[in-house]
Design a protein. Structure first.
Length: 133
């Protein structure tokens, strides 16, 4: 037969076990949230840095700005969706070709940058809403 002390001991153990489970879950969620926040921040920075490097290269067209643009493209590709990655690569190729020729067609360059920027903003908005990347 179970005494009242036995019943209370079992109830206390169940409550302690459930409390430990809730604590472990809370720690897991906190780590996941921190990782998601860091990833989002890095993705936003990679997008911003790539667009900054595009602008800088378009105006300067020197070796250092070209190298910075290439590095920014590779970093962007770590975080970007496949569509954004593809568009960024195509913009890079266009920009290098554009700079090697007598730079005309700035309107076409501007259209591509604006289109890519809109896709990046949409991706960031969707990622923030879903919490997934």
């Amino acid at each position: 037969q179970m005494t009242i002390d036995d019943i209370l001991t079992i109830i206390s153990l169940v409550i302690a076990f459930l409390s430990a489970c809730v604590s472990f879950y809370a720690v897991h969620q906190a780590r996941k949230t921190a990782l998601t926040g860091t990833y989002f921040s890095e993705m936003a920075h990679a997008y911003s840095e790539y667009l900054r490097c595009v602008s800088e290269f378009a105006f300067r067209r020197d070796v250092s700005s070209r190298d910075a643009l290439a590095a920014a493209l590779y970093r962007l590709q770590l975080f970007a969706s496949s569509e954004i990655s593809w568009d960024a690569q195509q913009l890079y190729v266009f920009l290098i070709d554009w700079a090697a020729s007598n730079p005309t067609g700035a309107l076409s360059l501007d259209e591509q940058v604006n289109s890519l920027g809109a896709k990046m903003r949409n991706h960031l908005t969707q990622a923030r809403k879903r919490g997934r990347f």
